[in-house]
Write a protein that binds this ligand. Sequence first.
Ligand code: SAH
Length: 303
Amino acid sequence: MLNSTKKPVQLDNNLPQQCLSKEQLSTLNETIAMQNAVGFDENRIAIVGAGCGDIDLLTIKAARAIIGAQAIVYDNLVSRDILQLATDDCELHYMGKRYEEPSATQEQINLKLLQLNQQGKVVIRLKGGDPNVFGRGAEEALFLAQHGIKSEFIAGVTAALGCAASAGIPLTHRKVSRSVTFVTGHNCDDSAVEWGGLLASKSTLVFYMGKERAADIAHGLLKAGAKLSLPVAFISNGGRNNQQVTTTTIKDMVDAAKAITVDGPTLLMVGEVVAIGQELADCMSSLDFGQMVNNLPLEHAYG
Ligand code: SAH
């Protein structure tokens, strides 16, 4: 499972697919290299967010760190496109964690970072989404600091933001949702979560790692007084070309979760904003945009 080789390598088969051509990648690579942006300190280990979809959601700063790296320790949410930005002699070390599959332990990952740093390499730790949203970025940074190594975080587009945008669901919407709460679905039984508090805050709830815990989540929310009709969306492979969105309600969310058989990560969103997303999608699908704009004065079209 753990892989430590030089490129060209057979990248892990389960990694999200590549969608850019070699020529597009090399143009992107050159464009980034030409940018005059604030760099990062090569003596530190950069703990980098890769964004939650394909390469489109990578920041320029993250891309610059990848291109400048001599060793990359990456997880299973990082797409192939993104790894292809690394130089040919950069070492790629896969150390991912997958639900109910043999995975690298946190200790092994920490030690790998330490080892590579001691070899004098420019090392980056590359993680899906943002490194500190259920990403354990700070655990790694603390471990490194305790061993005399500085690190820095490079932000990434976390799944909640990336999936909401690509599924057309607003995370907040006036009069419907006053806040957004990111919740881990991991170990979310009755005792671990303040279900009443989550509902009371009129928040859009975004559960990471929640699909497998759909029954616990539905149970917790209903017990705290949620309506059976509260809208729910499962977004699988958000922001990738195989994205799948399933909308339902709390009442049917357990069956809906079981029916999702697609490989890849799934995010769970609970809240009235899901219905706003559906309204928008319905509205757009019945819209002949050219006709609207041509036939109506602008204040009618946009007012
Ligand atoms: N650090 C990551 C989250 C890691 S936890 C971030 O900021 O996004 C892993 C969970 O994130 C998955 O179980 C899933 O719930 C969610 N996730 C990450 N990428 C996703 C994607 N592209 N589509 C749907 N869910 C995603």
